[in-house]
Design a protein around this ligand. Structure first.
Ligand code: FES
Ligand code: FE
Length: 443
């Protein structure tokens, strides 16, 4: 199906957030997808990796921005760089390895050589073929703007886009919380086990919106709850499943407007204390209990916030608890390639790292039971947007419409954010409202 487009305005026509209606064509149209690559992915800050993946000078990883491959490296001066993995001669990928350490990127096609700062430093036949007329200083690798936020590396192609912290806006409180260690400090995380990558037969937005705010698809994870995936071994699949009731919490969806970034989490109502989560694992239990008390002492009132995750517009979903960063890379309108890294506190005992590692790979990623449920949902939802008859009918995003509250339930969660108690689709509406506004900007 091509662009199901009448007036050219995405806001209102394709995304009617005020009524909670979305045209299914935004998930399936090739023309809309190509607009997304230009207007959304080429202009947004995108997550490309974590500094612990490139700890030493010369270290690099391959990553992606939109459909394109990029090199994320630490040059010999220690600076983190993000460069298009694309030879300026004929576009060959100059880096063919997932990760490594090098001072040079050597193009295997005709042998152009780039330094770890992206400069073109070697060209075969420079004298006899190019007659010394090639100005190498103008033909280095294309460099992206780069921001490292507590070690989480983001990059952006567009000079007009605000700096990363301004881009995050009021999500900073929630993303800062994600970046904190369990004890509330900003010490180091470390990514472990490489990058999990897999492809899914759905448009990238189904995944992004799910992590943005879909708290009410528990029915599709019933089998995971039944096998008790939680490390507590007593109930459910989350680390917090055993404690929510004891804490008397508000379960909140938070959207940050007009940025379209979102957060999900709990706000403890009253005095609360640590509830055993890692039973029968004394070292691990002690570690998390100690962290819990340190965090409460450090943050005071604000320690009542317990984040679960969310989506940084457009395609970066962060998950607290399992501490993962997932990126929904677009591969055409009908396919998504997910890249996910898991992190553990660098200073944690090995026993803690092992338990967390085993838990998270049972939970998320291609081996994760919960994520397997999710991608079955998204693939089917995507198919549901393609049908000849079905695509004539909008999707319903109306849950909780009109019940969003600003500055609630506590003022310090404020800023330009809205919360709803329990479940609603306000986060999804905020995500798509931002998407439509970005898509309506001039090309
Ligand atoms: Fe890289 Fe020709 S494509 S040297
Ligand atoms: Fe899910």
């Amino acid at each position: 199906m091509d662009r199901p487009h009448k007036s050219g305005s995405y806001t209102g026509e394709f995304v009617d957030a005020s009524r909670g209606r979305i045209n299914r064509g935004i998930f399936t149209s090739q023309a809309i997808y190509e607009d997304e690559l230009e207007r959304v992915f080429a202009r947004s800050w995108l997550f490309v990796g974590h500094e612990s993946q490139i700890p030493d000078p010369g270290d690099f990883i391959q990553s992606r921005m939109g459909e394109e491959s990029v090199i994320v490296n630490r040059d010999r001066a220690g600076k983190v760089r993000v460069m298009l993995n694309n030879c300026r001669h004929r576009g060959m990928r100059v880096c063919r390895y997932d990760s490594g350490n090098t001072r040079k990127f050597y193009c295997p096609f005709h042998g152009w050589v780039y330094s770890d700062t992206g400069g073109l430093i070697g060209v075969p036949k420079l004298k006899t073929g190019y007659h010394n007329e090639l100005d190498r200083s103008k033909w280095g690798l294309i460099q992206a703007r780069t921001a490292s936020y507590y070690g989480y590396i983001f990059a952006c192609w567009d000079e007009e886009t605000p700096g990363f912290e301004d881009y995050l806006g009021d999500l900073r409180f929630y993303f800062d919380d994600f970046c904190e260690l369990p004890d509330g400090s900003h010490d180091d995380w470390e990514a472990f086990g490489g990058v999990f990558k897999w492809r899914m037969k759905n448009n990238w937005k189904f995944s992004a919106e799910n992590f943005a705010g879909d708290y009410y698809h528990n029915s599709s994870h019933a089998s995971v709850d039944a096998v008790v995936l939680s490390p507590a071994g007593t109930k459910g699949r989350h680390t917090y499943d055993t404690v929510s009731k004891a804490r008397e919490v508000y379960k909140l969806n938070i959207c940050v407007t007009p940025d379209g970034h979102t957060s999900r989490g709990e706000l403890f109502k009253d005095d609360y204390d640590y509830t055993p989560t890692y039973q029968d694992m004394a070292v691990v239990e002690d570690y998390f209990r100690d962290c819990f008390h340190k965090r409460r002492d450090k943050l005071g009132e604000k320690a009542r916030w317990y984040g679960h995750g969310g989506t940084i517009f457009p395609n970066v979903s962060y998950s607290n608890g399992v501490q993962s960063m997932g990126v929904w890379h677009p591969v055409g309108p009908h396919e998504t390639e997910t890249w996910r890294i898991f992190l553990v506190p660098k200073s944690a005992p090995d026993e803690v790292k092992n338990v967390v590692r085993h838990y998270v790979i049972r939970y998320q990623g291609p081996s994760g039971l919960t994520e397997q449920d999710d991608l079955e949902n998204w693939g089917s939802a995507h198919d549901g947007a393609r049908g000849t008859i079905a695509r004539r009918y909008d999707y319903h995003y109306g849950m909780g419409l009109g019940h969003e509250q600003k500055g609630w339930p506590v003022e310090w969660l404020g800023g330009d954010v809205y919360a709803t108690e329990d479940v609603s689709e306000q986060n999804q509406r905020a995500f798509y409202a931002r998407w439509a506004a970005v898509m309506d900007q001039p090309a």
